[in-house]
Design a protein around this ligand. Structure first.
Ligand SMILES: *[C@@H]1O[C@H](CO)[C@@H](O)[C@H](O)[C@H]1NC(C)=O
Ligand SMILES: *[C@@H]1O[C@H](CO)[C@@H](O)[C@H](O)[C@H]1NC(C)=O
Ligand SMILES: *[C@@H]1O[C@H](CO)[C@@H](O)[C@H](O)[C@H]1NC(C)=O
Ligand SMILES: *[C@@H]1O[C@H](CO)[C@@H](O)[C@H](O)[C@H]1NC(C)=O
Ligand SMILES: CC(=O)N[C@H]1CO[C@H](CO)[C@@H](O)[C@@H]1O
Length: 435
């Protein structure tokens, strides 16, 4: 009787949120139904703190995103104390997953004077506690573009320490295996080392579940080679964890054609890449919007929305960009492999060795402990690849990599946008470097 009631309740709950969950196997994502999962995502941050609290708004947006052909959103900042049930089930009903950043403005890891402490971990854990309950939570990011230059790469072990602790917390709470990863700035000189570093090492508990890249290399009419995507591909062919574009969608040439989607979901890249998240849903000062909620108003006028851009209401597509993306996505549906047919054999890459101002972490250094202070001694132990200072309890031996690092990723044959630290509400802080 009791158990019949319980299964009724459970069945009811399942029905509300009936979307397969996402997990990692080898270098791919799979649904709990055994199908490979490719991300067709939209960066979604209407307001600075948390766009997932207004269900009426979520419903208007989810409906249009479904028309667009999206199956994912990325949200950079959320308030773990808010109620997300309405929005999360609205997105689940539309077949849309959430990729959410665990950090926020005051908890993010910094590359200058990096630290990773209990205040940060507790805040990350609260976000995980809140979002793990939703079947359409697909992944967590421990950082967005923390590293932007080789001479601060000694901050990378702090990002990895955050992933280690987030994964340990997830497992200790017996949450499902929600993938934990990192979203990197596309700095060609840094990328191959950073990418390998995040996956390297013999202990999977200390490496990331996925890696992703904010890349704006493909602008206007371009192709797989000219854009530099073929170069990106060269560094992933034996990568052992999933990789995808956590931001993409150059606006240098208008209208946006989104032809890069055909490459990302085409035969050259689908064996290695798991899709892309287009930046971004709402039109605001940076001009990356796919929709708007009305015309911009004078930001100085009374009750003007932030920057004068309306941040709620009925989404109106910005054309032809919106339709261009929609047409691309509707013709691109790689089936990938079935989880049951997939037997991954890749092993983690070697941890890159030290190269001055290019990659300043020497091999598999012991990760910083929670709360470890950063000082010259810690920095030099990271760059030297020796065991970190006495406050660290790591047992790593700091073995240098067996392979020698390269001179920071081949420069793109065409043009490449460097250091485009868009991230949230990105004002265009990057600059263009035309080769
Ligand atoms: C962690 O670092 C932040 C930012 O520097 C600081 O405000 C906080 O007090 C630190 N927490 C702990 C437990 O040391
Ligand atoms: C890294 O290089 C920049 C630019 O040259 C410089 O301003 C900064 O101080 C350097 N940082 C370190 C830690 O060496
Ligand atoms: C792997 O890493 C985890 C987290 O740091 C640690 O608890 C565990 O002891 C490590 N396992 C081995 C075999 O070193
Ligand atoms: C990345 O790819 C480039 C271009 O093929 C290559 O020169 C470089 O060695 C690769 N780097 C790593 C770390 O695999
Ligand atoms: C793929 C696609 O539909 N591209 C269109 C994008 O918009 C321009 C301008 O309207 C069209 O010329 C393209 O055909």
């Amino acid at each position: 009787m009791k158990s019949a009631l319980l299964s009724c309740l459970l069945a009811g709950l399942t029905a509300v949120n009936a979307i397969p969950t996402i997990s990692v196997k080898g270098n791919k994502f799979f649904t709990s139904e055994g199908d490979q999962f490719f991300i067709k995502g939209i960066a979604y941050q209407l307001v600075p703190d948390d766009p997932l609290v207004d269900n009426d708004q979520c419903q208007r947006d989810a409906t249009l995103m479904k028309d667009l052909g999206a199956n994912s959103i990325r949200v950079y900042h959320v308030d773990p104390d808010a109620d997300h049930k309405g929005c999360m089930s609205t997105f689940a009903d539309a077949g849309i997953y959430l990729w959410v950043d665990l950090d926020t403005f005051n908890t993010q890891i910094e590359q200058v004077e990096p630290h990773w402490n209990k205040t940060q971990l507790d805040a990350f854990n609260k976000v995980m506690d809140e979002f793990q309950q939703f079947d359409n939570t697909a992944g967590f990011f421990v950082g967005n573009e923390v590293l932007t230059t080789g001479n601060y790469s000694f901050a990378a072990p702090f990002v990895k320490a955050a992933a280690r602790d987030a994964k340990a917390y997830r497992d200790s709470k017996k949450y499902r295996n929600i993938p934990v990863g990192y979203s990197a700035a596309d700095i060609s000189s840094l990328r191959p080392m950073l990418q390998n570093y995040m996956a390297c090492g013999t202990n999977a508990s200390e490496s990331l579940d996925f890696f992703s890249l904010n890349a704006y290399e493909w602008c206007g009419k371009s192709d797989y080679k000219l854009s530099g995507y073929s170069e990106l591909n060269k560094n992933v062919t034996s990568y052992n964890i999933p990789i995808f574009f956590s931001e993409t969608g150059c606006i240098v040439s208008r209208p946006r054609l989104f032809d890069d989607q055909a490459a990302i979901f085409g035969p050259e890249m689908t064996p290695y890449w798991s899709g892309s998240i287009v930046y971004e849903w709402i039109e605001e000062a940076n001009n990356y919007g796919l929709i708007k909620y009305g015309e911009k108003v004078d930001p100085a006028s009374p009750s003007a929305p932030p920057d004068g851009f309306p941040r709620s209401g009925t989404p109106v597509p910005i054309q032809p960009d919106f339709s261009n993306l929609s047409k691309q996505w509707k013709t691109l549906s790689p089936s990938g492999v079935k989880a049951s047919d997939y037997k991954p054999t890749m092993t983690p890459p070697p941890c890159p060795a030290y190269t001055s101002s290019v990659w300043e972490v020497n091999g598999a250094v012991a990760l910083p402990t929670l709360g470890q202070t950063f000082d010259a001694k810690v920095q030099s132990s990271i760059t030297a690849g020796t065991v970190a200072s006495s406050s660290a309890t790591g047992t790593g031996t700091g073995t240098a990599a067996s392979s020698s690092p390269t001179k920071g990723g081949a420069a793109s044959p065409a043009r490449e946008i460097k250091g485009m630290g868009l991230g949230l509400f990105g004002v265009l802080v990057g600059f263009f470097w035309w080769l």
